[in-house]
Design a protein around this ligand. Sequence first.
Ligand code: NAP
Length: 249
Amino acid sequence: MPVSDRPILILGGTAEATVLAHDLLAAGFPVISSLAGRTSAPKLPEGEVRTGGFGGTQGLADYISLRQIAVLVDATHPFAFQISRNALQAARLSQCPFIRLERPGWTAVDGDHWIDAADIDEAVAALPAGARAFLALGRQHIAPFLQLAGQHYVLRMIEPPDDAFDLAGHEIVLARPGTVEEERRFLEDRDITHIVCRNSGGSASYAKIVAARQLNIPVVMIGRPQGSNITVAPDVQGVVDFVRRTLRN
Ligand code: NAP
């Protein structure tokens, strides 16, 4: 017997969002998970799943009203700016209870050599001439790096890019993030001098940070944007507690 008639909408695309869908269903809450539809064979969360954009803030607000969403959870990636902005505005427009699930960022520990960058432009500027940089970034963030001559870039992608992508002279590796050992080999085999990445937090892509520490490779770490004044939970349980409190269960 569900404890709420109205579903919780989870904006997902992250490992945490998948766990959250499972935990909310287990606690008796109906759930709809929303995926952007970027990957061809995503691991689907349990429960109802919808795929594709809503058509901006108003489209999301309309969906919230159509499906009588009880709570909106933004569990998207920390650097998925647009959908997070839309989610906040749509929740306000439709007066829907809202929470963001955001895993804490990484912090540097002894042995890390991080160069902080506020954004992609600062990251480009932080690379010295002649760097051989592993750009651990989405394909959409690469163009500014290509303006600089004399650098060598390595990109790693899970799926081959489906559009023309001029990386002549650079390297695309089709692979997933690996263990610390695998990441060490990846960096050593390519004589990588720098890693550029965003402070995503979580464990899924942390092995390369450990490998960089072991190999004494500097990491240009792009920080997160300053958050707005919203309710944020650092983990899945925090969101489940919020949903329970909000729906008084
Ligand atoms: P984005 O730039 O913030 O969003 C662009 C547009 O994609 C949004 O305006 C929205 O379209 C649609 N969209 C994004 N996430 C959606 C979702 N969960 N459900 C329905 N529509 C969604 O997003 P992004 O950085 O391209 O990331 C896309 C997805 O990949 C996110 O769900 C995110 O959690 C996941 N992801 C991103 C990263 C990353 O590094 N950015 C890493 C891992 C996973 P409409 O305006 O039409 O609604």
